[in-house]
Ligand binder design. Structure first.
Ligand SMILES: Nc1ncnc2c1ncn2[C@@H]1O[C@H](COP(=O)(O)OP(=O)(O)O)[C@@H](O)[C@H]1O
Length: 190
């Protein structure tokens, strides 16, 4: 994967403020990976590629997901935007020839997480949710701090924060995030 080629593709497919978010996620992911003894190159790649499909229209997301035989459920059918992670992983593979399954999974898991996800997936999930552009709310600051020392505890806290917002806005909750939250919480108590 050539970073300049990806940046040129992003400039054509993603609005500038979202490209800036992507660059902050890349930087946050590299630094979290270094902190937790993970591969910073993989973290940087997954960070740079995580939002490739962010602006794909619903019909395109559903078409690509069906072609890949991804499992679709009623909540995803009502809100196909939830597929932008899994579809982004397909674009990373097909457009940018990324073959590393850990990187592809981290891209796919960045919105809802997944039970049993790898430490690299945890890093991307956290980098996306806590990069500096997300603001300075005390709860977010706490998650940033926890993510320095305990990836699973931080994932559970970030799921809580995202779930609270969905409940407050009376939105549908995709159960995969609940499963991610329960799994992450169990990792911290065992
Ligand atoms: N567990 C979930 N269940 C239902 N909808 C969700 C869930 N998680 C996220 N979403 C929705 O998907 C959208 C995209 O999520 P995300 O990629 O985390 O947001 P962002 O655009 O801030 O990067 C959110 O605006 C939210 O409405």
């Amino acid at each position: 994967m050539n970073r300049t080629v990806v940046l040129n593709w992003l400039a054509d497919h993603v609005p500038k403020p979202r490209v800036n978010h992507i660059l902050r996620v890349e930087e946050t992911a590299v630094s979290l990976a270094q902190r937790h003894d993970l591969d910073p190159m993989k973290a940087g790649q997954a960070g740079l590629l995580h939002d490739l499909a962010k602006y794909f229209k619903a019909a395109r997301l559903l078409r690509m997901a069906r072609a890949e035989a991804l499992s679709l459920d009623p909540i995803v059918e009502e809100n196909p935007h939830l597929l932008h992670g899994p579809v982004g992983a397909i674009v990373a593979r097909e457009q940018f020839r990324v073959q590393d399954l850990e990187v592809l999974d981290a891209i796919a898991n960045h919105t809802l997480g997944s039970p049993d996800m790898s430490p690299l997936s945890c890093v991307i999930f956290l980098a996306d949710g806590t990069e500096p552009g997300r603001g300075d709310h005390p709860k977010l600051k706490e998650i940033r701090e926890v993510s320095q020392n305990n990836l699973h505890r931080a994932v559970a806290l970030l799921c809580d924060r995202k779930l609270r917002r969905l409940l407050k806005n009376k939105q549908l909750v995709h159960p995969q995030m609940v499963l991610t939250r329960n799994w992450a919480l169990q990792q911290t108590t065992e």
